[in-house]
Ligand binder design. Structure first.
Ligand code: PMP
Length: 391
């Protein structure tokens, strides 16, 4: 059987990590990494997560399975954080292995309706295309961001979506767009929402960075207004970044509808898909999130720590944009983008030069993780980039 298979290439980002690890230079800098890093270069465990783990260790008395839909208290608390309290919206959730698991269940659900395609922005998180095509869903694209000018292409996006048909789904990043960091204005969101509603499209909103953009509530403001303007939506939530739970694989998918019966029917399908895929979700990360969100003290400590990470990113963005000024006319945009990522308009040759000459690791897409910078590295990285681009 295996002889019928051809070898798949390594994921380019994982391959870059391998090259970074093998580089002996002590001052090498990894800007390719996809996790939050602090000033010491660590991806920290939140204080509230450690405290919650202690409580779970003390009190948990079984490792028996959780239900295929997961823990309802976790789902209710997570939905309050994401959706707020809108009485006219019904949200039914399923706990998933990370945001990726949530996206895959959503993809399988859309595929099961037999009608829709999924529309992805260009560029988007590279794994989106893999997840949706892996579920057998036809993938279409809409222009989203121009790297050279660092601008969002809202008009082109809306024009492209004119070709979408009722029953198609449109993937949107709720905040902190990966990979561009680009921020849609309130007016952009209004135009996108109006066109989605008018054409009978279903938004699939990917929320992977709540709290890293403008704040916990601010980062879900657009999501909340879209779901109150359309009859149905799917929300894929990742707790990987917002709670620093990457390896615990924690997330949820919510079917949102103006009719309770519609959201419950959608959830029953999501549960059936989960049951047939991996049976039950992992528990530990969801138990941690539940413990934090149940406790006002832990919740305060968690949101304060998240807020300090957000401020660190904002300060790094500002000083990096200042240090790059003059290199690109639009370098200043990096300072007003949000979240961990931005894409620099670098050629493959420039990316290689930065790696070989300066030990600065950036994927060939030019996407950088701003959290991979330390305050003291900003000037060196900016001057290496300026040198690589001009020579
Ligand atoms: N969506 C986006 C935009 C992401 O960047 C990521 C993680 N890099 C995910 C979803 C999936 O996150 P998880 O690790 O929870 O599967």
């Amino acid at each position: 059987m295996f002889e019928t298979l051809s070898r798949k290439p390594n994921d380019p980002l994982l391959a870059l990590i391998g090259l970074f690890d093998a580089d002996p230079r002590p001052d090498k800098i990894d800007l390719g990494v996809g996790v939050y890093r602090d000033e010491a270069g660590h991806s920290p465990i939140f204080r509230a997560v450690k405290a919650a783990e202690h409580l779970i260790y003390e009190t948990q008395n079984t490792k028996s399975y959780v239900a295929p839909e997961g823990d309802q208290t976790f789902l209710d608390l997570l939905w309050s954080l994401v959706g707020g309290h809108t009485a006219t919206i019904h949200a039914s959730g399923v706990q998933t292995p990370g945001g990726s698991g949530a996206l895959r269940l959503a993809a399988d659900l859309i595929r099961g309706t037999g009608t829709g395609k999924i529309w992805l922005g260009q560029p988007s998180w590279p794994n989106h295309a893999g997840i949706f095509s892996g579920a057998g869903l036809p993938v279409e694209t809409y222009p989203f961001f121009d790297v050279a000018s660092q601008t969002i292409l809202v008009d082109s996006m809306i024009n492209a979506l004119e070709r979408a048909e009722p029953g198609d789904a449109v993937l949107l990043h709720a905040c902190c767009h990966n990979p561009s960091g680009a921020v849609l204005t309130a007016d952009d969101w209004c135009r996108i929402t109006a066109m989605i509603a008018a054409r009978g499209l279903t938004p699939l909103i990917d929320l992977a960075y709540q709290g890293f953009g403008a704040g916990l509530d601010e980062d879900v403001a657009a999501l909340r207004s879209i779901i109150s303007a359309v009859p149905e939506a799917l929300i894929a939530v990742s707790c990987s970044k917002s709670f620093g739970l990457y390896r615990e694989r924690t997330g949820a998918v919510f079917a949102v509808a103006s009719l309770q019966s519609a959201s419950e029917t959608a959830r029953s399908n999501l549960v059936a898909i989960a049951r047939a895929s991996y049976s039950m979700p992992p528990d530990h990360g969801a138990a941690i999130v539940k413990t934090i969100l149940c406790s006002p003290e832990l919740c305060r400590d968690w949101s304060e720590e998240l807020e300090s990470m957000r401020h660190r990113l904002l300060a790094l963005r500002k000083s990096f944009a200042d240090a790059l000024a003059g290199r690109w006319s639009n370098a200043v945009a990096i300072g007003s983008q949000e979240g961990m990522f931005s894409i620099l308009p670098l050629s493959q040759t420039e990316v290689l030069k930065l790696r070989e000459k300066h030990g600065i690791y950036i994927p060939t897409s030019g996407r950088i993780n701003v959290a991979g910078l330390k305050r003291n590295d900003v000037a060196r990285v900016a001057s290496a980039i300026k040198g690589a681009v001009s020579s």
